[in-house]
Design a protein. Structure first.
Length: 117
């Protein structure tokens, strides 16, 4: 869908600087830049929420078939994604979200200040 592509591009533009800013912290935690890295895991969580994916099995199929958001299609096992979700530090998602909040608040303020015709 065209709308999905537009939304995916907007999410990528919004999140790329935030994710990049967390890469040093990612390495400080001892995490290596492997296949299921920070950008892919953020895209996975957003895809689970945005597309209302039923579970990790379906998410694995989606990743293999079409990829998600800014991630190209990729073959990984369901077990690998499940294990990564279990061991991936929640504070990384928290830091990405907290870095993103000022941008979201600023755009919300702009939208609230414009006049309604």
């Amino acid at each position: 869908m065209v709308e999905d592509e537009v939304i995916a591009q907007q999410l990528e533009q919004l999140l790329t600087p935030t994710i990049t800013a967390q890469e040093n912290y990612y390495r400080q935690l001892g995490l290596r830049d492997r296949i299921l890295n920070l950008p892919l895991m953020v895209a996975a969580v957003l895809t689970l929420l945005w597309r209302d994916v039923a579970g990790v099995t379906e998410l694995t199929r989606m990743l293999a078939r079409e990829g998600f958001l800014w991630c190209r299609p990729l073959e990984v096992s369901q077990q690998a994604i499940s294990q990564r979700f279990l061991t991936f530090p929640a504070q990384l998602f928290e830091k990405v979200f907290k870095d993103l909040l000022p941008h979201l608040q600023a755009s919300w303020s702009k939208r609230n200040q414009r006049k309604i015709p």
